[in-house]
Design a protein around this ligand. Structure first.
Ligand code: NAD
Length: 377
């Protein structure tokens, strides 16, 4: 799309086409704020708006209709608001379904502390690279008291001599060499292209020798092929404690799915909370950018939620599109509004009911105003 050597005036007029999924809960208001901030960088984007979620399911029979997937497959880049997964309805998570359908196997969550954020820690800058296709998230489960559960328990006893209690439910955790190699390579490539110095693999290989053990063994093999980036491994419980004690010792973390899920929120907590934690899901050809947080339903329509995580996801998206300078400007504008401390949402205030907390749209106004004072170069 952007041939090298194109005259600037020509390619500036060609818009990037990006799929935009507003989501539900606080999603639509946050997406609208993030969209304004991204557009204020001056990068032309043609948004292909695609609704998804439970209301869409009522109208179209599926919360994630094929048209949404087709749009993302065509555009190869999407910005997504959070989507609620109703509990107890049997509706599958749109977020998991999207990752599976598009083979988005790597979730990247940068956790960076910005001056002005009230946190127990300063200077944290950790990026989580989480495997997202397997582990305990495959949905292969055996229900308590079901005949196939009894069969599996009997099979386990026959083949291993070990007894699982008969009144158990079972969830299968699987880790493959192929997916482990793919995520380890992704982590090293990410570290190299983002100027990072070290990759740390988290695991519980001392206990789960055939699943986490395979993950660790594969990560070590890939590390040996990437000697320019330092590598170490940590048992996950020890890593969790060390992140709380000395987060500055860590740089890029490569983690199997479940540990990656949990440490994403832990690291978001280290740098000021979910309102500031951006993210992206990558496959080989497709990237979907979204915040780590969910749809925070109780804040829906209240203009209270923090749009910064989604704006920072937008900055990651601009860099992915090759618009590195615009991405850096957007991140700097968000950081500037945080540092100034006047126009920030409740979650960045000392008290949750702080009367001086700004609304979602006021934060968007402040970020857009900052970008306007530093126009595109
Ligand atoms: P959540 O992240 O939506 O909210 C947890 C709490 O974090 C909120 O009550 C709020 O206090 C705070 N919070 C979250 N985002 C915030 C923001 N932008 N600004 C200020 N505060 C914010 O997590 P949950 O309550 O566990 O999940 C709610 C729904 O979201 C569920 O249906 C869940 O399945 C879904 N979910 C979706 C995604 C996604 O779309 N990728 C991710 C996680 C959860």
């Amino acid at each position: 799309m952007r041939g090298v050597g194109f005259p600037l005036e020509h390619w500036r007029r060609v818009a990037y086409r990006v799929t935009l999924i507003p989501g539900d809960g606080v999603g639509p208001e946050l997406i609208s704020a993030a969209r304004r901030a991204i557009e204020a960088t001056g990068i032309p984007i043609e948004w292909d708006v695609q609704e998804a979620g439970s209301q869409v399911a009522e109208r179209e029979g599926s919360p994630l209709p094929e048209r949404v997937l087709d749009s993302i497959r065509t555009n190869r880049v999407a910005l997504k608001g959070p989507v609620t997964t109703p509990v107890g309805t049997g509706m599958r998570s749109v977020n998991v379904a999207l990752r599976v359908a598009l083979e988005l196997y790597a979730a990247v969550r940068p956790c960076r502390w910005y001056p002005g954020v009230r946190s127990r820690y300063e200077g944290v800058d950790v990026t989580i690279v989480r495997e997202t296709t397997e582990n305990s998230y495959t949905g292969i489960e055996f229900e308590y008291d079901a005949p196939e559960t009894a069969e599996l328990i009997a099979f386990i006893h026959r083949t291993t001599g070990k007894r699982v209690r008969e009144d158990s439910g079972l969830s299968i955790k699987s880790i493959s060499e192929g997916a482990s190699e793919r995520i380890a390579r992704f982590a090293f490539d990410h570290a190299r292209t983002h100027g990072r110095r070290k990759v740390t693999a988290g695991h519980k290989a001392n206990i789960m020798k055939f699943s986490d053990g395979l993950f660790l063994e594969t990560a070590r093999r890939v590390a040996a092929e990437n000697p320019d980036v330092a590598f170490e491994d940590r048992i996950i419980d020890n890593l969790t404690m060390q992140l709380v004690q000395r987060p500055e010792d860590y740089d890029v973390l490569v983690l199997p799915n479940l540990y990656g899920d949990i440490l994403s929120d832990l690291c978001a907590g280290l740098v000021g909370g979910l309102g500031l934690a951006p993210g992206a899901n990558f496959g080989d050809r497709i990237a979907v950018f979204e915040a780590t947080h969910g749809s925070a339903p109780r804040y829906r329509g209240t203009d209270r939620a923090n749009p910064m995580a989604l704006m920072l996801s937008g900055a990651m998206m601009l860099r992915h599109l090759g618009e590195v300078e615009a991405g850096d400007r957007l991140e700097a504008a968000v950081a500037g509004v945080i540092a100034e401390g006047r126009t920030v949402t409740y979650d960045l205030k000392p008290a949750r009911d702080d009367p001086g907390a700004a609304g979602t749209s006021a934060v968007a106004d402040a970020v857009v105003a900052r970008l306007a004072t530093e126009p595109a170069r």
